[in-house]
Design a protein around this ligand. Structure first.
Ligand SMILES: NC(=O)c1ccc[n+]([C@@H]2O[C@H](COP(=O)([O-])OP(=O)(O)OC[C@H]3O[C@@H](n4cnc5c(N)ncnc54)[C@H](OP(=O)(O)O)[C@@H]3O)[C@@H](O)[C@H]2O)c1
Length: 249
């Protein structure tokens, strides 16, 4: 991306149909990108996001995929090439959360959690590295739990932890094409993803840990991702923690 703008660029957004990914898709389109809106199970959200983008004069296409399947990751990037002739920015917001003590965690829990949080993230970075144009940007969603010392999130924080190493290696390996690779690791974020594994008391505790006594808002994360995709191009191999100072021990 020689020019540090999203205008005329093509963006692939993993989990781009709803919540954080949905807002990234809409904002990137507003800034002039053509957007490939990936979804897993929420077809109606994906259709609505595409409809809204098109209604506002933008360009977007939806594509379904289980990103734990490498063939589906490849098909996602094929869609960008087929629809728009290539891709410049790849943002992977997919993930799955589980709060469960280690002693109760099953083999199936472990495989599901590492399948989407680690394996899918790895092959998304790999395929983006193969398919993005020079000066591309790759951004993966981590979690502030990467910097926490806490219980219950062994397979979630643990499943996201490899992202930092995938990202540093990719940043080095793709640097000759000026492709930057980063992780954005928000604090507990006010979306339906967050609440099922938390009690009302714990929600209040999480709020108390950040600036203004509030959870992270998706509206506060999208500018960080937009920055990395545009003027923040000099960041690479890094994990950014936009979390209002949230810490957990
Ligand atoms: N909300 C938080 O508290 C918080 C805090 C820090 C970081 N994060 C991270 O931020 C990202 C976005 O989270 P969010 O809050 O916006 O929730 P979200 O919309 O539920 O994001 C998760 C996405 O991953 C998709 N997904 C799950 N399994 C998949 C699979 N096998 N193949 C392809 N896609 C799959 C989900 O689709 P389906 O729902 O259709 O399966 C969904 O689109 C996640 O990576 C999350 O770990 C969240």
């Amino acid at each position: 991306m020689a020019e540090n703008t999203l205008r005329g660029k093509v963006a692939v957004v993993g989990g781009g149909e709803k919540n954080l990914g949905g807002l990234i898709s809409r904002k990137f389109a507003e800034y002039g990108a053509k957007v490939v809106v990936h979804y897993h199970g929420s077809q109606s959200d994906a259709e609505q996001t595409v409809k809204d983008i098109q209604g506002a004069g933008g360009q977007a296409v939806a594509v379904q995929g289980d990103l734990t399947q490498v063939a589906d990751v490849r098909r996602l990037f094929d869609t960008a090439v087929d629809a728009y002739g290539g891709a410049d920015v790849a943002v992977n917001t997919t993930g799955m959360v589980l709060r469960k003590p280690i002693l109760e965690t099953t083999e199936d829990d472990y495989d599901r959690m590492f399948g989407i949080n680690a394996k899918a993230a790895y092959f998304f970075i790999q395929e983006a590295g193969r398919r993005l144009n020079d000066h591309g940007r790759i951004i993966s969603l981590g979690t502030s739990l990467l910097a926490a010392f806490t219980d219950g999130y062994s397979t979630y924080a643990g499943g996201k932890a490899p992202l930092e190493h995938f990202t540093r290696a990719a940043a080095k390996e793709f640097a000759d094409r000026s492709i930057s690779v980063n992780v954005v690791a928000p604090g507990p974020m006010d979306t339906p993803f967050f609440y099922p594994q938390e009690s009302p008391e714990r929600v209040e505790f999480h709020k108390s840990q950040a600036l203004g006594g509030q959870l992270t808002q998706i509206e506060d994360i999208v500018p960080v991702i937009t920055f990395l995709a545009t003027d923040g191009w000099w960041f690479t191999g890094q994990t950014l923690f936009p979390n209002g100072g949230y810490t957990t021990r």
